[in-house]
Ligand binder design. Structure first.
Ligand code: NDP
Length: 246
């Protein structure tokens, strides 16, 4: 029997990058995966098709995380069709990097809505229905603990908020055996942070392992936390960054 057989997983932002890798991995481990996307319909459908053709179960749903009603509706529809969600992966996120003097209130509203508020919104919709031993896993960033370069103020602030959310919710849900954890990746080769960008060599110079990680590296950790093997890990942040924060 596969590790996540008979589990329902909901992943935000599964059309590309880490979210796509996480969706594929959870499905390969036996979970029925519903994942959201905001703009990349064709890519989302391709990810779902790849999972389904390989014998897994996946559905892509358009739901912009900036819109609490759309995200809540997607979760409610999933629960109505498939039953309670066992594994919530809050992955969708954006990066806004620029000099502080160029920042606007709109930048703040946008990044906090997607990187922080949507994590809260999704959890509010999922948790009341979650059965015992469920999993809430959020993708933060190693930058919550190490703002490695300038122009990262807003992003670092948004990702740092997730540690408090994780600790608090772990206390709220521990009695049901539900674990709540934060995965903090470092540089992972995706559209958000390509390994051939102008910044990449600087980042590599700061890592113990000197190379970018892959979505699969993060997906393996998420699958472990989602499985029974991760049952005693809760309320904590696990950094997976090639030693950048070492
Ligand atoms: P990508 O930009 O490569 O992919 C982002 C994914 O999230 C896409 O599927 C995208 O959907 C989706 N998404 C973005 N905004 C929204 C939204 N408003 N509503 C719904 N879905 C949305 O990012 P990564 O895979 O690199 O990042 C995934 C997570 O990991 C993020 O939280 C990011 O902050 C974090 N992270 C990334 C690191 C890295 O080095 N790459 C390092 C540390 C953390 P669509 O295709 O439709 O736009």
């Amino acid at each position: 029997m596969k590790r996540l057989e008979n589990k329902i997983a909901f992943v935000t932002g599964g059309s590309r990058g880490m979210g796509a890798a996480i969706s594929k991995r959870l499905a390969a481990e036996g979970a029925h995966v519903v994942f959201t996307y905001s703009k990349s319909k064709a890519k989302a459908e391709a990810v779902a098709a790849e999972i389904n053709v390989n014998g897994g179960q996946a559905q892509a749903v358009q739901a912009d995380s900036i819109d609490p009603k759309a995200l809540t509706a997607a979760i409610q529809q999933t629960i109505a069709e498939l039953g309670p969600i066992d594994i919530l992966v809050n992955n969708a996120g954006i990066y806004i990097g620029k000099e502080f003097k160029s920042h606007t209130l709109e930048d703040y509203e946008e990044i906090m809505a997607i990187n922080v508020r949507a994590v809260y919104v999704a959890s509010l919709a999922v948790v009341p229905h979650m059965s015992n031993h469920g999993r809430v896993i959020t993708i933060g960033s190693n930058m919550a603990e190490n703002s490695v370069s300038p122009q990262t103020t807003l992003y670092t602030m948004s990702k740092a908020a997730l540690a408090g959310f994780t600790r608090g919710l772990a206390r709220d849900l521990g009695a049901k055996g539900i674990t709540v954890n934060l995965v903090q990746p470092g540089p992972i080769n995706t559209d958000m942070n390509p390994s051939d960008s102008d910044l990449a060599d600087f980042l590599r110079s700061r890592m113990a392992l000197s190379e970018y990680g892959t979505g699969d590296d993060v997906a393996g950790l998420v699958a472990f936390l989602a499985s029974t093997e991760g049952k005693y890990i809760t309320g904590t942040a696990i950094t997976i960054d090639g030693g950048l924060n070492a």
